[in-house]
Design a protein around this ligand. Structure first.
Ligand SMILES: O=C(CO)COP(=O)(O)O
Length: 253
């Protein structure tokens, strides 16, 4: 079956020293990587220190975005080979904050997903609808289109290495999580689209996370849903005890 994956997305929080303190505090208490993938996606400035801090433990480190080119004149950007050189294993691609504020499009998401796969990074690809889209009954159409475009040109084996994060935009940072049933319905739709694009076997091998106001209180009911294989967590991943409790949910459900 699919191994659960819980990833923290720290966004633009924590200095390098604060990030190191967090890793020191949690690293020996991370559940075995045989049972769950435990990831924190940290600000770029902290990647190097945290990869070193987490070396030899079950804590994995991810970036929050990257460029698709290996190198070049792209001021301010970070490349997949630079992430490789640091020992970073995961990278979030297409987060709604980057789509809304930093010009990320379905096309750049697809280029980045392909680059991540080429460089043996695990992409966590974010999709999800706005409140207007949801109210207009267009959630399925929008999520389907985002998935089709993100996976465009990828083969079965490549596709199976991608983690999808379903993050309804209206649930991010609002304290208003989707109900487990609503979240599961959209995750099932995503799996059906993947099944159409590839095969049922491949669709069943791809892990789908839910993200949007996940916390210690609601994670058990979210993880209990059949099409949800983990969570992408913002605010509740910043505190060491809270993060460890979120990882612990995998054993409880
Ligand atoms: O955007 C998110 C994770 O990528 C979700 O953020 P919150 O958990 O703070 O709602």
């Amino acid at each position: 079956m699919r191994k659960p994956i819980i990833a923290g997305n720290w966004k633009m929080y924590k200095t390098v020293d604060e990030a190191k303190r967090f890793a020191e505090e949690v690293k020996e208490r991370i559940p075995s990587a045989e049972a769950i993938d435990s990831v924190i996606c940290v600000p770029a400035i902290a990647l190097d220190s945290l990869v070193k801090e987490a070396a030899g433990t079950d804590l994995k480190i991810g970036a929050q975005t990257m460029h698709w080119e290996k190198e070049g004149a792209y001021t301010g950007e970070i490349s997949p080979s630079q992430l490789n050189a640091l020992g970073v294993e995961y990278v979030i691609i297409g987060h709604s904050e980057r789509r809304a504020m930093f010009g990320e499009t379905d096309e750049t998401v697809n280029k980045k997903v392909k680059a991540a796969i080429r460089h043996s990074l695990h992409p966590i690809v974010c999709v999800g609808e706005s409140i207007e889209v949801r109210k207009g009954g267009q959630t399925t159409a929008v999520v389907r289109s985002e998935i089709e475009k993100a996976f465009h040109g990828l083969g079965e084996e490549e596709a199976s290495r991608i983690v999808v994060a379903y993050e309804p935009i209206w649930a991010i940072g609002t304290g208003e999580s989707a109900t487990p049933e609503d979240a599961d319905n959209v995750c099932e739709t995503i799996r059906n689209v993947l099944s159409e694009l590839y095969s049922e076997t491949t669709a069943n091998s791809i892990r789908i996370q839910y993200g949007g106001s996940v916390n210690e209180k609601n994670i058990d009911s979210i993880l209990a849903m059949p099409h949800i294989d983990g969570a992408l967590v913002g605010g509740a991943s910043l505190d060491p005890e809270s993060f460890l409790n979120l990882l612990g949910a995998v054993k409880r459900v």
